[in-house]
Design a protein around this ligand. Structure first.
Ligand SMILES: [Zn+2]
Length: 427
């Protein structure tokens, strides 16, 4: 039987098509169509979106679903449900699983699990180097054939510039973007937070901006040299934003993302050694935070990505020095981003939706992020003003390491559709 979906009366915001008007969205056999006939409408699953925004399903090009190897933290089933609850319909998983995704066999195992368990579109990436050791190159061609959308050693930045040059040339040969976690290891040994006044006061080893800036500069130079598309993950330093602005003005093929936490919090949030504010790269200062927002406003930074990084409560509940880096973000990213960018009047609703949909999709060439006729019927329905209180215990994610827990935010996801099928509805 043909499946029809009719989402009615919502404020349709589809930035890729410059659309912002009250209207209806029709989905037939999984794809967006111009309209449905009267008889198709009579058969359709209907959703009354009056008073809500109807946007393309959100896109996150930086998540960790921990499968295989650390499924006590998250797996593809729980991660994709968490994403759906957050309004996401397409995500890109990082390859630092256990084992890491540096060969077609591991990728096939992940792909099988995605096919069986995922409720949204889950895309994969492959490692740049074998074992993410920064030495020998991974078999990018085989990984590409098996379906990856980008290559990255996220979490472990390649330190040797000659190897990085060959890695980006190899990826470019296979028409894949490179995503880099920009961190010079020689400047960040044992570092656990931003190097500055707060780290001094807390007596913790600092991670200076320079460690990020040096690698961002290196990547810009290598992109210019090789023509490679290099994407800077979770940019955190004001100086890196400046470097990217100059590079883009010169037409160099680089992009950057900002995470919801780096545009909202600073190192001062760590307060009394709260490990929920320990991430890599670290939260920095107000100057950095404002520069990231400025970068999103003028297009220097291209998209919002969560770096959803689940860890179990016992792992995070320890001394600051020993706790793992990272936080989860998928289930409150829309609300926290709306608070930081929209309710604060920095950007319009349409601009925020663009940063969370087609802008990220374009970096990884994903068929996602628009409500164009013929696109997959992936839709996020939300109320931008609805207040709700974040309760990490109620999350679909297996992990609870969420610094927003207990906060009241504006912006609530009401329902999420993938290929016209409802995959989340707020009850
Ligand atoms: Zn990273």
């Amino acid at each position: 039987m043909t499946q029809y979906t009719w989402i009615k009366n919502g404020l349709v915001i589809d930035p890729a098509n410059d659309r912002e008007a009250v209207g209806d969205i029709f989905i037939k056999e999984g794809l967006i169509v111009e309209s449905l006939s009267d008889s198709e409408k009579a058969e359709a699953t209907q959703f009354d979106a009056k008073g809500y925004v109807v946007a393309p399903g959100l896109v996150d090009i930086h998540v960790h679903f921990r499968e295989p190897g650390q499924t006590y933290k998250e797996d593809i089933a729980s991660g994709s449900r968490a994403a759906a609850a957050g309004g996401y319909t397409s995500v890109v998983c990082m390859p630092n699983t256990s084992p890491v995704c540096d060969n077609a066999g591991t990728l096939e195992r992940i792909n099988n699990s995605i096919e069986k368990e995922a409720v949204i579109h889950v895309y994969t990436t492959g490692c740049l180097t074998l074992g993410m050791k920064g030495e020998a190159l991974a078999p990018t061609g085989q990984l590409k054939q098996a379906g990856i959308v980008a290559v990255t050693d996220d979490g472990l930045c390649i330190q040797n510039n000659e190897i990085m040059r060959r890695a980006v040339e190899y990826a470019t040969l296979h028409k894949l973007p490179i995503m880099d976690h920009c961190q010079d290891g020689s400047l960040t040994e044992n570092a656990v937070m931003h190097e500055g006044e707060v780290s001094l006061k807390l007596g913790l080893k600092g991670w200076p901006r320079a460690a990020e800036d040096i690698i961002v500069a290196r990547n810009i130079i290598l992109s210019e040299l090789t023509g490679a598309r290099i994407h800077m993950q979770h940019v955190s330093s004001y100086h890196s934003v400046e470097l990217l602005r100059i590079a883009k003005a010169k037409g160099i093929n680089v992009t950057g993302e900002a995470s919801p936490h780096h545009i909202e919090f600073t190192d001062a949030c760590i307060g009394d050694y709260n490990t929920l504010f320990k991430m890599n790269p670290p939260l920095r200062t107000e100057k950095d935070r404002l520069a990231l927002i400025e970068g999103l406003k003028d297009g220097t930074l291209d998209c919002i990505a969560t770096d959803h990084a689940p860890h179990s409560p016992t792992e995070k509940d320890c001394e600051f020095d020993k706790a793992p880096f990272g936080i989860i973000g998928l289930e409150n990213a829309l609300a926290s981003t709306l608070e930081t960018l929209y309710h604060s009047k920095e950007l319009s609703l349409k601009e925020v939706v663009a940063l969370m949909t087609h802008k990220g999709a374009e970096i990884c060439d994903l068929p996602a992020g628009t409500l164009s006729v013929g696109a997959s019927g992936d839709v996020c329905i939300f109320d931008p003003d609805q207040k709700w209180t974040v309760d990490a215990e109620a999350f679909k994610s297996k992990s609870r390491n969420c610094p927003w827990n207990g906060r009241t935010l504006r912006g609530q996801v009401k329902a999420t559709f993938v290929g016209g099928k409802e995959v989340f509805r707020l009850r």
